[in-house]
Design a protein around this ligand. Structure first.
Ligand code: SAH
Length: 450
């Protein structure tokens, strides 16, 4: 039996879905941060749970030649930190095998995936950043990411995945918090004024949205704070105060006030204009999102005769791009603000053959399937995958073609297991949307079996 404080020598065999190294002792899984596949290390068991244990590296007995120097040194303290120290080509190889394995083990589908679209720049790609604040006794304010398994903020001048413009803006936000002497939020005591800062940057247009998440609504000198910030960072086109008074890990509260600018930023994708508000989903890696959309729509082979459903449509990106080729497109999305953004986006691009509905995708499909003769159904669900209702309705309605865009191989495989009762998997490819993390994005085209 494995016990706390036991010492073992183990070999990295895999990674968890969160990117933690995984080794086995007597077939029992041990999660060990910073262990690369193939590396050998002496570890100490730190905690034993029912189905797994966690361990800490004492020393490496064999290090991998795939290990590289991290671009941002502080990242060695983060969860999944070996991904910032792993040769990118190896990361990509791992992701392909992870998707293939999930499809085989969970989905019963044997498929050799030919293609993964790698990122030209695997760092500084995120167009959305959310960071917590810390304050030293000296009054100095810092931001950063949490140390593995803790809520201790590792102070970072710039983060390794976020657009560098966001890091520059956040540095100025920190200085102004010092200047106006705001108290930073403390999770334990649930006190303080400013909780977190969220920054959205449009990759192409370089517009910046700053969302200051505060505990209370009344914060002194916010006008001056905004004036100062905009004067220093002219890329900032809008500033929003989001009020989150709850004792919670949820980032954004319900109430928002626009302090400066229009309350949204603009972005351009494939030559089309998109407007994003603070709460709408937008793919975090703009360049790779373009690749993803281009591939998904090419594989979908949409023509002027097609009636397309874009389920889980977010701000309407896929629907609007599809509408340029299709007869009609329907988008369904559960977040109200995203639906509003999608409607604005269709309008400002003069797209008239698309309509968006605010609803649960499954409930919508079940209710509306008789009213539309969908020839192509595109789905792009969150990590939990499709709902049972959605899958069951699809299996009754049997549209000729389904394009499944997935950000979680396990739920993709689970859903494909059901869909392949009636559909053939025609093609699978991956797009690396989240370089330097364990997350894998997959596009699958399914054709109704004759
Ligand atoms: N296709 C879009 C969004 C994909 S992300 C894009 O590429 O930008 C998944 C989206 O599904 C999110 O916008 C989320 O709000 C939405 N969503 C989550 N659960 C849902 C549900 N039950 N019904 C409809 N949409 C849902």
């Amino acid at each position: 039996m494995i016990k706390e404080n036991d010492i073992y020598v183990v070999t990295g065999g895999d990674y968890t879905s969160e990117g933690i190294g995984l080794a086995k002792v007597d077939n029992f899984p041990i999660f060990i941060n910073n262990l690369i596949i193939g590396e050998e290390a002496e570890i100490k068991i730190t905690k034993v749970m029912r189905n797994f244990a966690t361990g800490k590296i004492i020393r490496f007995t064999k290090m991998s030649s795939d290990r590289i120097t991290p671009v941002v040194p502080e990242t060695i303290h983060l969860a999944g930190c070996q991904f910032t120290q792993l040769d990118y080509a190896k990361e990509v190889e791992y992701k392909l095998s992870k998707v293939e394995r999930a499809l085989r083990v969970i989905g019963g589908i044997d498929f050799k995936i030919e293609k993964i679209h790698t990122a030209k720049n695997p760092y500084f790609y995120r167009n959305k950043t959310v960071l917590p604040f810390g304050k030293r006794k000296s009054g100095k304010v810092y931001t950063g990411l949490f140390r593995h398994n803790t809520h201790e903020i590792i102070a970072m001048e710039k983060t390794h995945l976020d657009d560098e413009l966001a890091s520059i803006v956040i540095a100025e936000v920190r200085k102004l918090i010092e200047k106006y002497n705001y108290e930073v939020y403390d999770e334990k005591s649930h006190t303080g004024q400013v909780r977190k800062v969220m920054v959205r940057v449009s990759h192409y247009l370089r517009e910046v949205m700053v969302v200051l998440i505060t505990k209370d609504e009344q914060i002194p000198n916010l006008d001056a704070f905004c004036r100062d910030l905009v004067a220093i960072c002219p890329n900032i086109t809008t500033i929003i105060q989001n009020i989150n008074s709850e004792d919670t890990n949820v980032i954004l509260g319900k109430k928002e006030k626009v302090l400066y600018g229009p309350g949204f930023i603009n972005e351009e994708l494939h030559g089309l204009k998109f407007t994003l508000s603070s709460k709408s989903f937008f793919q975090v890696n703009t360049l790779q999102a373009e690749v993803l959309y281009e591939r998904a729509l090419t594989l979908a082979g949409i023509t002027k005769n097609d009636v397309v459903l874009d389920a889980y449509s977010g701000t309407g990106t896929i629907a609007i791009l599809a509408a340029k080729k299709a007869k009609q497109v329907i988008g369904v999305e559960i977040v109200k603000d995203a639906v509003k953004d999608a409607e604005v986006n269709a309008k400002q691009n003069n797209i008239t053959n698309v309509k968006f509905f605010k609803d649960d995708a499954g409930a919508f499909l079940t209710r509306e399937i008789k009213n539309y003769n969908f020839s192509v159904v595109i789905v792009d669900p969150p990590r939990k995958g499709l709902s049972d209702e959605f899958v069951n309705t699809l299996l009754r309605a049997l549209p000729p073609k389904i394009m499944y865009v997935s950000c979680d191989p396990a739920t993709l495989a689970r859903d494909l297991k059901k869909l392949t009762k009636k559909y053939n998997v025609e093609h699978i490819e991956c797009v690396d949307m989240f370089p330097r993390t364990a997350h894998a994005e997959t596009i699958v085209s399914l054709i109704l079996r004759k």
